[in-house]
Design a protein around this ligand. Sequence first.
Ligand code: ADP
Ligand code: MG
Length: 581
Amino acid sequence: MTKGTVNSVISNMVTLRVDGPVKQGEICYIETGGDKLMSEVIKIIGADVYVQVFESTRGLKVGAPAEFTGHMLEVQLAPGMLSKEFDGLQNDLNKMEGVFLKRGQYTDPLDRDREWDFIPIAKEGDVVQSSDWLGQVDENTQPIKIMVPFQMEGKAKVKSIVKAGKYKVEDTIAVLVTENQEEIKVNMIQHWPVKFAMTNYKQKPRPFKLLETGVRTIDTFNPIVEGGTGFIPGPFGTGKTVLQHAISKQAEADIVIIAACGERANEVVEIFTEFPELDDPHTGRKLMERTIIIANTSNMPVAAREASVYTAMTMAEYYRAMGLRVLLMADSTSRWAQALREMSNRMEELPGPDAFPMDLSALISNFYGRAGYVYLNNGEVGSITFIGTVSPAGGNLKEPVTENTKKVARCFYGLEQERADKKRYPAVNPIDSYSKYLEYPEFADYIKNKINDQWIPKVLNLKTRMQRGKEIAEQINILGDDGVPVDYHITFWKSEIIDFVLLQQDAFDEVDAVSSIERQEAILNLVTDICDKDFEFENFNEVVDYFKKMINLCKQMNYSEFHSEQYEDFVRQIHEMLNEN
Ligand code: ADP
Ligand code: MG
């Protein structure tokens, strides 16, 4: 293996003089005072190699020796990761002694002694390729596939495979013979590089399948799809956490991965304390059983923070290759971008806008591009739905991270301070937010078959009405209540009906917190009926009275169990009121 010696040290940016070949992205360990500091190659100029060190470089001297490993930054993937908490370099945070890892210490991400009930899927003589399924173990309610190592090129024959029984992750469960007659022993552990998109699938079509989240402002108004991408810019206190919890709990996903790249320690602590408490409405158990948290503690050097989103995405790709539906949430991607900025500044690269690296746009789009809905080689499907939050400094949506994310993420859920101040939750701005999937013909077809062919036209109609309502509100603000015709008030109050009945949703009410698609369809139809009616009122006061009463009835309907007697009673009263006018 190639060796090197330290030439210069600037914070955790170190240059090495090397004696052999080195790969971009290769991992090396620098020795200092008995510690081995993990580092990653980020630039190579002849025999001079720039590395970023994932640890503090305090005390590191020029002349210190380094050893290269020949491999990229990678994660170990195996059964036993669910419900765990890792840091960005996949150290198991629960195996740490004390609060923080000491420099040069790493904890094992896997439980090597745990036994799993293995059931073979492949049999002797089968011809297999990279990432094909050899067998399965069950981990908390989820079927975890044991796969052919992804690095394997070409095809191989299964020479032998173990019988169903108890095995540990390091036990050999199959022997493969490649086309070159090379024997490969396969255990349950995969080693995947984190910074490359895994393309071990057959096809990645445009995603089209509605991913139900139970949140109406998403599902009805700006739907996300299985394998889709979205982002949530949110100033502090606007409901980012509440929304993230709601989506994590309710979305139709098998695996939830949370990448917490918070810089403030309390944000990370919040994740560790709140997530394990969450109940799983799908299984009746704890959500944590099918969740993995990747979190950076605030003392971690910037390079490790940068790695964490890649570690999380790679884990998501691992479960997707098993045919599972993965929901990946990163909070916040701004912190990741800040880490990129710090690194690039230390390298004294020519900076792009706001001192972010020149290739920020490519980095963000490559990352979002790893999400998706895929057909695996065996014909099964899997998906990674990715939702990232962005915390733009000072709520400025024109800064580079937000702008570049906007180019690639297909859904935009803008949390708005003004809405949060008015307690209109979720504070997702109904006008600026969007879902590009509403324009996909594949999505329209899916909705036609799954729900009905009027769904999308009705949604678009309500969106136009929201826009119109906003314009009128601005006019009324300037001209006063009596300065505009009564019809204007009616149009405005129709948009308030959409807002109060459909968009606003109480995350803390047992019934209102989650709306099934059937229920959202009922609400969409009802709100459309109200909005499409031609009302006649004498004056402005009549309008306000009428719509306030209507909103009140609708809200009570929303708080009643779907199709219960009480619910049907409110629906009847609403229709009576509609027919009266
Ligand atoms: P952030 O994470 O953006 O700082 P939070 O998610 O903690 O904000 O939300 C702040 C507060 O807003 C919550 O404690 C809650 O009182 C209120 N809130 C946010 N979303 C909702 C909702 N959908 N329903 C009811 N209350 C909400
Ligand atoms: Mg929060």
